[in-house]
Design a protein around this ligand. Sequence first.
Ligand code: FES
Ligand SMILES: [Fe+2]
Length: 348
Amino acid sequence: MFLREHWYVAALASELSERPIARTILGEPVALYRNERGRVVALADQCPHRGYPLSLGTVVDDVLVCGYHGFTYDCEGLCVAVPGQDRIPTKLSVRTYRVLEKGCWLWIWMGRGDPDESGLPDTPWLEDSTNWSVVSGVAKIEAAFSLLVDNLLDLSHETFLHNSSIGTPEVASTPIDVEVDDASRIVNVYRHMASVECPPFYATTTGLSGSIDRWQDIEYFPPGFYKLNSRIAPVAQPPLPDGTDDHAFHLKIFYGLTPSTETSVYDFWALSRDFCVGDVAIDVALEKMQVSVVQEDVDALNIIQQRVNSGREMTEVSVKIDRGGLAARHMLAQMGEDELTHPPHLTA
Ligand code: FES
Ligand SMILES: [Fe+2]
């Protein structure tokens, strides 16, 4: 089952234009476009007339014209024109979804209940272009959402799967600490590496060389939002007690995990840094590295899912590095039970 009463990332803001795009989110086809005034609209991607995808239609001024027989829908999903007749079938409409644009991401509310804007993740690092530079992208993985959760909650895989870029030996060899905040529904996984090798990307962008302190602090907000706080600093120079951390370099790596179907998931990513801000060459280098890292994850998860699909018996043996992933599974299962036992408040 999908956890519905939540916000998910539906698209990159840069993907949206007057040409609609199609997404399948939690099994539901959704058409997304930006109207002439810049407002983003999300509609069920199926024309009620004969079922043609509305994402294949055309945006004209403020309305979307179905590409099959021209039924026309406004931004509220209401049919406002039917070719060849004046009368429009009463209340002919398609479902609309609440969407909110924040920085480089567009969030969608997939719930049956009222959108809970207080549950929308805080992402100032993606919105403050004065102090943070952001690059973003998306990949579709032909694997279950749960496999992506496992992947992101256990970064020891960097040492092996991403050994040519970000995965130094110390990532896998440094133990993690896991904290679960059941009240706020956050899984934290901490890995603090002291006096370790500086990966090539950080060496070229920060000017640090030789040994560094490298922290990877994960905050996972199930189901769909993940933040990795990466801190790179000269050895033995921790943040000051008041939180000031001027001699360190910070890279925040965000993921929006959006289930598409039972066996596919969108992997939205965004990297936000407080060093080399505004440096386009660094943007390009960082984006190139991240695209290749994400592709390594995509390839790995696709292969595992293919094994699952083949009907092969899949066994699991969990060890210490899996504690974060197991905590996330537990929290997701609990949230699933809660959603079943406490159905959403419906206004309609
Ligand atoms: S299917 Fe859309 S107008 Fe006929
Ligand atoms: Fe990875």
